[in-house]
Design a protein. Sequence first.
Lengths: 257, 223
Amino acid sequence: MYEEFKSHEIANVLYATGSDILTAYGEKNINISRYMCVNNPRYYFQVNDEYVKNKLKLILFPFLHKGRWMRAMEDDSSSFKSAMHDINAPDLYIPLMAFVTYVLLAAFFLVLCFCRFSPESIGVQFSTGLMCWLMQVLLLEGTLHSLGGGGGSGEIILVPLLDVVSYAGYTFVGAAVVMAVRVSPHPVRWAHLMFCGATLWESFCMGVLLVKIVKRILVFEVPIFDKQMYSTNKRNYVLLFVAAAQFPQLFWLGNVH
Amino acid sequence: MAKQFNVRPVRSPNPLPFLSFDVNSAAASTSFSSAPHFPSTAVAGGIGAAGFDDEPPLLEELGINTKQIYQKTLSILNPIRVNHHLHEDADLSGPFLFLIAFGLFQLLAGKLHFGIILGWMTMASMFLYVIFNMLAGRNGNLDMYKCLSLLGYCMLPIVMLSVLSLFVPRGGYVIMALTGVLVIWATRVCTRLVVELANCGDEHARLIEYACFLIYMLFSMLV
């Protein structure tokens, strides 16, 4: 009980300090509530079977998606529709499950190929995966800031943190597929080829998915006042960088030893 | 002349007899022969106050209802039809028994996993708790105690897996097939129980099933 109380106090103190520091630097426009509190995580779990199935199809084959990439708004235009009604809504169930599946498959792969399973290896895989998720989040946040922030007065793109976390977590679906390919019974000659092929394919798919999502965010969700802050050329280069960064990431995730 | 000293049977209502040591009567009794009697009467009175006949049996006092544990275990054995009324009363001693048994069988296989089992069980039940309550929205009423109890009871197939793995060659196809069957059994039972015991589980049955499948797959890795 005491630890709970203490950590709550520490959180309050940190919040106050953080907001003080930011106001001291004149960045009054940054919406602190975006970082400090995670608003309503329940929104991200309102999923059902059908959504999960269709979203998995979307993640694995994003170029086959015939529909639109826009997110639907609620009837009173106050917020976005929940995941049950809109396939483009982000959710946290799929990334979480995909992450755990990836960790389990990596451990399974270690058991199969090296017969060297120890419970610590699950811990190592878990930490590596978390670090990768964090890097993905930083990459996406950096992209959104550099393309949406612009210069001085800064209209900041108000994308909730959990949205970005969930988009970043979709990578683990690809990583889980790569590990499944490695684990499945196949002739040993082709093992390396299959691994490389699967990783290339999945990173391509992930790249397309993330580029489409970021483009949608930039085009539709940014506040409308100043769209000429960045040039379209710069935007395309940054998006290309995002897509290219998926390749080393998936190779790193798939390279379990 | 020795003083007549009657040993009064002390029936003190409070459970700590040593606290009911009567200081006034100690001051009152000045006779030397009665002094050595007094501590023994206090002690005798103390034990007499809690009297062995009046105490509830130890297992009942600890809350371990062995008959209920046995019935719950039997109900898990049937993967097709699950009797969920027995499990409404959450209970942690059955899971504790199963986890200790699991640890012992792992020990027989040469792996010291007690701490790992404890830690993973805690994390797995927190995982299932978070996932279920988030999916079920505001009406989800799976509490942590029930979650841990259900997960622990459905560990029975995994315990059986660790027993069987002692006799079956390691890394062969037999153990893989057995793992698959037993993990799926555990998953089905756990999902049925969770869905029937907590509200609003029906429409998310497949999603919860996948979460339970991941949890039991994790435990079967230890074997």
